[in-house]
Design a protein around this ligand. Structure first.
Ligand code: ZN
Length: 427
């Protein structure tokens, strides 16, 4: 419609110009040497118009000839772009389909047609990685790191390669460079946290931890590894405040407090943690300064008052009473633990010791001892450190699970659920 209007308008203008020219009055006379030309004004105007149009056409032609190399270059560039785009699409399809040879070939074509752009370099690197050509992939990733607009992509690829090689120090260095290139990337934060855990850099892992459970474990480990006493105390306090029920956190804090001469505060920390989640290591550390056996039994009594109904309190009282020669009290506490539902190996071994200490060498005593040992053989296993993520058992506590690497996932408790009931905390 617009075109029709345009053509009509052009016709009208042409007719108007022709009508105007035809109506021009007068003559134009021109003399070239001996030749005199006389023509009507309308013919002269028409001649001028035609001459102008011809001259314009000549100049346009010359301009087109001068621009020819530039236009040809643009045509070539457009053709390369079309071919490159097609190669990029084919390379992406080959990568998605896992076709290694096609992916490499098309990625190389894309680089040939489009040059080294972030997209073509990344494609070449991924195609090399898929084909197992780590050298090719690394070269492409390194070229990416040299580009300000895509350095993070290069460092990310090199970091993944270092992780696959389990080259933790190189991976840590690349992670720092990637962080500088693109601060705050969530993927990188996760990778840095994993690296810190693998390399045992607890302080770095603590900075990157996202849950209180992980923070408590990592701060406890960082406090133990910290050389500066003041910083170690702060870390240990942080660990204990994050999770007072975590025995290693309480121990780390109590160790620092005892080292600073704040024994009563250390005992208060241990007592509070005992009230939340008793662990034999807490009792061992709390009773360590006491050497007299009767005094140890009294100190154990004081600690157990924080959580008197718990089987750990019963077992602690039984063990310390037995060591002090108070076999009646030891038996009483062990029986209370057994009656609360505890059926663990350590309880029956303790009862066998009590039988031996109390009964002397009588036949009845030996029979009772044999019975206790027989029960120990078939009893529930003793509590241990177990990962809440992968459920693997760890031989000792650590800030990260040795099996799955999860931070703060190790919890101490009975191996078999329901082997005894944990009574409500009495405060
Ligand atoms: Zn685990």
């Amino acid at each position: 419609m617009r075109r029709v209007v345009f053509v009509l308008a052009a016709c009208v203008i042409t007719l108007a110009v022709a009508w105007f020219l035809a109506g021009l009055p007068g003559h134009v006379t021109a003399q070239f040497g001996a030749t005199t030309v006389d023509m009507a004004a309308s013919v002269a105007a028409l001649g001028l118009l035609i001459a102008f149009i011809l001259l314009y056409g000549v100049f346009r032609g010359i301009g087109a000839l001068l621009r020819l190399p530039y236009v040809a270059a643009r045509w070539d560039a457009a053709r390369d772009r079309r071919r490159g785009d097609l190669a990029v699409t084919r390379a992406l399809l080959a990568l998605a389909a896992g076709d290694k040879a096609d992916a490499r070939r098309e990625a190389n074509r894309a680089r040939q047609w489009l040059g080294d752009t972030p997209q073509t370099l990344l494609l070449a690197a991924e195609a090399g990685r898929l084909a197992g050509r780590d050298d090719e992939a690394e070269a492409a990733f390194r070229r990416l790191t040299q580009r300000a607009d895509a350095a993070f992509l290069g460092y990310r690829g090199l970091l993944r390669q270092a992780l696959n090689r389990q080259d933790w120090s190189e991976a840590a260095a690349l992670a720092r460079q990637a962080e500088a290139a693109h601060p705050g990337a969530s993927w990188l934060r996760h990778q840095r946290a994993q690296l810190a855990l693998r390399s045992g850099d607890w302080a770095e892992a603590l900075d990157l931890a996202e849950t209180d459970t992980a923070r408590a474990a990592l701060a406890a480990a960082a406090a133990t590894a910290e050389q500066d006493p003041a910083r170690a105390t702060k870390l240990a306090q942080k660990a204990w405040k994050a999770d007072a029920s975590l025995a290693p956190a309480a121990l780390a804090y109590a160790i620092r407090l005892r080292a600073e001469g704040r024994e009563s505060r250390a005992q208060a920390v241990l007592r509070h943690s005992w009230s939340l989640a008793p662990h034999p290591d807490l009792a061992d550390f709390a009773l360590a300064p006491v050497t007299d056996l009767l005094a140890r039994a009294q100190a154990a009594q004081h600690l157990a008052e924080a959580n008197p109904e718990h089987v750990e309190s019963r077992l602690l009282l039984a063990r310390t009473a037995l060591a002090a020669g108070l076999t009646g009290e030891a038996r009483h506490q062990a029986i209370l633990a057994r009656d609360s539902g505890l059926n663990q190996r350590r309880l029956w071994l303790l009862l066998a010791e009590i039988e031996e200490a109390e009964g002397g060498g009588t036949e009845a005593s030996r029979a009772a001892q044999r019975d206790a040992l027989r029960r120990a053989a078939t009893a529930d296993p003793d509590p241990d450190w177990r990962c809440t993520e992968c459920h693997a058992i760890a031989p000792a506590w650590s800030a990260a699970c040795p099996s799955c690497g999860a931070a703060g996932s190790l919890r101490w408790g009975p191996s078999r659920a329901g082997s005894y009931q944990v009574p409500a905390v009495v405060t």
